[in-house]
Design a binder for this molecule. Structure first.
Ligand SMILES: Cc1cc2nc3c(=O)[nH]c(=O)nc-3n(C[C@H](O)[C@H](O)[C@H](O)COP(=O)(O)OP(=O)(O)OC[C@H]3O[C@@H](n4cnc5c(N)ncnc54)[C@H](O)[C@@H]3O)c2cc1C
Length: 503
């Protein structure tokens, strides 16, 4: 495990911290970071923090991992992140690789040639599997996960956060991160607004057996899915089908629907209930679209569905949350290890909130395009034509797969602020050098140095690296923080992202 040499207390910039808690709460800090929620976002964040020896506790309210099998797609950028941490080889055998195209409003178009990634495919994988693998990864790195522990309250003061569990137990940490999903307790207790649109269309989803032959189902599904986009019966193996059908009404209930609800809706939409029986699990989801007004209040932060929700069209929610965690992990670790520049932690919201805004917008657009009304159908036909232009198709794929993201790092070449694709370097591949979550100077000039930042930033001098520019400085999340060949300019940017040099 990599251990930072700079351990002095950070000159922390903590805004809006409520008045200090009572003296009795000023117990010693048990942890550096407590994470509420062990979904994909919480588990990924815990692992990222552990790369920097941060003491992490994940509190998960459920005693057992979720049982219902949502198949999610890991898009290109998430696959790249997994490769950057050496996780991709572990994940790949559990999923099915599919072409990366055809996800925008389910408009079937081929993948444009030369998509800029070494991992240019979609990996279909059950969500419980990805959750388990990420949790195992976090635990292997030393994170503590406690199940059956719901965060019920907290108070923050100038030294830390006192977290109260549902059973009354109290724990202290320097920071608390709410990765506790759409109905986030942490967000609500923080009083952070969650403006947006309520659900307009609810959908029933479940797995169950059917009572009619497969050919009959296939014929009916082909007939109905021409007019209803939120409808399918897909064989899942062992006689089980995945069933998706619009719900009768919009509901904010947390309780799952009944088999009777499915039967009624199948009859309404398809004229038959397909003899469905013996459900494995039944669930309901809506298309509410909301974005947290703030991602940070003092020592408490939000990530994943706790910060943003949107319809699952295009399969982006889990990807977005995991990418939030990747952005936040090294910054929060830097704050705790003592080398964070004053405003580094605030760049988390500055960078990630606009990305979520964009995802919310593209799902709003896709929702319209899935409407069966004549106006949206006409727009869909027009967009389908436009997507025959390679650049339009490419732009939409880069949006959904998150490889088109460019953070605003100021004036500079187009590559500045973007993620760098995996490339061949003399020691193998670039992402293979990023497993420890440190910065990296990729130097084709062989005359630069990372000097006093070598405890946080690696240096690879490689004139053969497949780059169009002399040198790049990569942040631990793989985004390009600097491009150039001048040592003084490099030092200024090392300070900007990695704080003061050691020694
Ligand atoms: C039908 C459907 C299909 C989808 N398909 C895709 C897809 O293809 N691709 C994609 O990227 N996304 C997809 N999504 C979205 C994806 O499932 C979510 O975006 C993702 O689960 C968010 O992860 P998270 O960790 O932020 O939150 P969650 O997965 O909701 O995890 C939050 C965790 O916090 C726990 N928790 C809650 N309250 C507390 C508390 N007070 N204390 C402690 N723990 C608490 C919960 O038990 C839970 O384990 C889909 C969603 C649906 C409904």
């Amino acid at each position: 495990m990599h251990s930072e040499q700079v351990t002095a207390e950070p000159p922390s910039k903590v805004d809006d911290v409520p008045s200090p808690a009572s003296g009795a709460d000023r117990a010693p800090l048990d942890f550096d970071v407590i994470i509420a929620g062990c979904g994909p976002t919480g588990a990924m964040l815990a692992a990222e923090l552990r790369l920097h020896d941060v003491r992490v506790l994940v509190l998960e309210k459920e005693t057992e991992p979720a049982s219902f099998v949502r198949i999610v797609g890991l898009h290109i950028r998430s696959l790249e992140l997994m490769a950057m941490r050496g996780l991709l080889d572990r994940i790949l055998p559990h999923g099915r690789q599919r072409p990366a195209g055809g996800f925008f409003a389910a408009i079937p178009k081929p993948v444009p040639k030369g998509l800029d990634s070494a991992y240019a495919y979609l990996l279909g994988i059950p969500q419980p599997v990805i959750e388990r693998l990420l949790e195992e990864h976090a635990i292997e790195l030393g994170a503590q996960v406690r199940r059956g522990c719901a965060v019920a309250g907290f108070e923050q003061d100038d030294e830390g956060v006192t977290v109260e569990l549902a059973d009354g137990q109290r724990l202290r940490s320097r920071y608390l991160v709410g990765c506790d999903g759409a109905r986030s307790t942490v967000r609500k207790l923080l009083g952070v607004g969650f403006p947006g649109e309520p659900s307009r269309n609810d959908t029933l989803m479940g797995e169950m057996k059917v009572g009619v032959p497969q050919e009959e189902i296939a014929a009916k599904v082909t007939e109905v899915s021409g007019t209803h986009h939120r409808f399918w019966l897909r064989p899942f193996g062992e006689g089980i089908y995945s069933v998706l059908v619009p719900a009768a009404r919009v509901s904010d209930r947390a309780e799952p629907p009944t088999l009777e609800d499915f039967k009624q809706q199948l009859c309404t939409i398809a004229g038959t209930d397909f003899g469905v029986h013996s459900p494995r699990w039944l669930s309901r989801f809506g298309d509410a679209t909301r974005l947290a007004e703030r991602y940070r209040v003092g020592r408490v932060l939000l990530a994943g569905d706790a910060a943003h929700i949107h319809p699952p069209i295009g399969g982006q929610g889990l990807n977005l949350g995991v990418q939030d965690a990747f952005n936040l992990g090294w910054k929060l670790a830097a704050q705790i290890r003592g080398w964070a520049p004053e405003t580094l932690l605030d760049t988390y919201q500055a960078e990630r909130q606009p990305v979520a805004e964009d995802v919310l917008d593209n799902t709003r657009a896709q929702t319209e395009l899935l409407s069966t009304e004549p106006g949206p159908q006409a727009v869909r036909r027009l967009l389908t034509e436009l997507m025959d232009f390679d650049e339009v198709n490419r732009h939409l794929i880069e949006k959904i797969t998150a490889i088109g993201i460019r953070y605003d790092f100021g004036e500079g070449p187009d590559l500045l602020g973007r993620r760098l694709r995996d490339i061949d370097v003399k020691q193998g591949n670039l992402y293979g050098l990023l497993h420890r979550g440190r910065g990296l100077l990729l130097d084709r000039t062989e005359r630069l140095t990372v000097g006093g930042w070598s405890d946080r930033v690696d240096h690879l001098a490689d004139p053969t690296a497949a780059l169009d520019v002399p040198c790049v400085l990569l942040r631990p999340d793989g985004h390009v923080a600097w491009i150039g060949d001048d040592q003084q300019d490099l030092d200024d940017h090392l300070s900007r992202w990695f704080g003061r040099p050691a020694g």
